[in-house]
Design a protein around this ligand. Sequence first.
Ligand SMILES: Nc1ncnc2c1ncn2[C@@H]1O[C@H](COP(=O)(O)OP(=O)(O)OP(=O)(O)O)[C@@H](O)[C@H]1O
Ligand SMILES: [Mg+2]
Length: 219
Amino acid sequence: MSGEIILTCKDLTLGYENITLAEGVSFTVSEGEYWCITGENGTGKTTLMKTILGLTKPLAGNVEWNGTAAGTGIGYLPQQTDVQRDFPASVYEVVLSGCQGRLGMRPFYNRSDRDLALLNMKRMGIDDISKRCYRELSGGQQQRALLARALCATGKVLVLDEPVAALDPKATEEMYELITSLNKEDGITIIMVTHDPEAPSRYATHELRFGQEVTTHVI
Ligand SMILES: Nc1ncnc2c1ncn2[C@@H]1O[C@H](COP(=O)(O)OP(=O)(O)OP(=O)(O)O)[C@@H](O)[C@H]1O
Ligand SMILES: [Mg+2]
């Protein structure tokens, strides 16, 4: 059963100055739901994620978060690029950086930020590799570190852009299990971009599909 509406997107036109990617995109996400965002390369999935996070402005329409300000209090796992995979920091530092939104006027992380980072590393099963360098980890370990980082920003909503890209079948399965348990056990709302054709029917409550038009489906 779904809870309160937390995100309303009304008649969005997605794109950039010189390119319109999709028009008339409307949907509402309620607490506890699990949305899969699907569609071919270059159709605008990442642009939609950035638009709902307030990192990119829609060309028309509006995005409204209830009870949470856009871009804060939301955990975001960005689509990975090779440059990011090569980041020279420890796992702990990467995870702790998820606490940035909690800093406010404070210049340094405090005890409760550090405890939260530790807790989320434990939750993702990576506390034993906290001192290792992020860029030396396997793809699966890196994605867990980024998920732990996203969890430091929120207990409510996770926006995940291709969290299983480049993972082998076993690591993919484990990642999906982690995400499902965050949704089912902890009640965290999931908005996840994926290229996996089976993911929507296996895990999601809703699908938003980029095709000729953007369509939404209840699963
Ligand atoms: N900052 C930007 N300025 C102009 N065009 C952009 C910008 N970012 C992305 N685009 C273009 O918008 C289109 C959609 O990009 P987007 O990253 O949203 O696609 P996607 O559906 O996430 O694709 P993929 O499955 O490959 O990740 C692409 O043609 C891309 O080149
Ligand atoms: Mg993308």
